[in-house]
Design a protein. Structure first.
Length: 257
């Protein structure tokens, strides 16, 4: 049984350039911070974590190694650089950001295993993988695969990836759960929101975060939106409402591999 767990909603930090946003999110109750080398804001996340009074051990900090540093002989240096920017001795969760560029399934993943062995990384994740690539990763890794991060929202769902995560007992981490803001204008999402006296963003986030085996990372900057996103999983959609949102699926992927 995989004992690693994530809260229903975490903070996606792509585009956030103010450490106070991160510190505010933590003070409001966020316990999962998601960044990446390609976001060029690991330092911002580290500064925000340092500014908050929330104990370090209570927060899951995740980052991702970009495709230009996935060669087996470059992974360690890349992660050490991330740790320096984050001002941390170790990172809770580290992802292969995309399986391309310098990615080598055996060499890269074994380099990630070594980082766990050496205490620089606590848990290994992958991002934007297909089912076949996930199967390959499970075969190669000595340490458990604890998370797969991929795009998931009412307009783009990947039930095969979610089912694979459930079957193999790792977290499916949904990024862009609001489809870059597009779903808030959808009339079906708005109808579901109105029936719960909620915002459309909360209705969409509830739909994602209350899918079995799925957690969401949502970007927000203002305290109002941070609070709103954090409590969205408390909204419980009916079976009919979930079906309505299932039916708005369009196959619209924002970040295709």
């Amino acid at each position: 049984m995989n004992e690693f767990s994530l809260p229903p909603v975490g903070l996606g930090t792509m585009g956030i350039d103010d450490p106070d946003v991160v510190a505010t999110a933590l003070d409001l109750g966020y316990r999962h911070l998601d960044t990446a080398q390609i976001y060029e804001n690991e330092g911002v996340v580290g500064d925000g974590l340092a500014r908050s009074d929330v104990p370090r051990e209570d927060v899951t900090v995740a980052t991702k190694v970009w495709v230009d540093r996935l060669a087996p002989n470059r992974v360690r240096e890349a992660v050490v650089d991330s740790l320096d920017r984050l001002r941390l001795d170790s990172v809770d969760l580290c992802y292969v950001h995309r399986p391309r560029g310098d990615y080598e399934p055996v060499g890269t993943l074994r380099a990630f295993d070594a980082l766990v062995d050496d205490g620089l990384v606590d848990h290994v994740g992958v991002s934007n993988f297909s089912v076949s690539q996930l199967e390959e990763a499970l075969d190669v890794l000595d340490h458990p695969l604890t998370a797969h991060q991929a795009e998931y929202h009412p307009y783009y769902r990947t039930p095969d990836l979610v089912e694979h995560a459930r079957r193999h007992d790792y977290a499916f981490v949904a990024y862009s759960p609001l489809a870059g803001g597009r779903v808030v204008d959808d009339p079906v999402v708005q109808q579901v929101a109105a029936e719960h006296d909620a915002t459309p963003a909360q209705a969409a986030l509830s739909y994602v975060a209350n899918t079995t085996g799925v957690v969401a990372i949502a970007k927000a900057s203002s305290p109002t939106h941070l609070r709103s996103n954090l409590v969205a999983p408390n909204i419980r959609l009916t079976d009919d409402q979930r079906q309505w949102l299932d039916d708005v699926e369009r196959g619209e992927e924002l970040y295709p591999e």
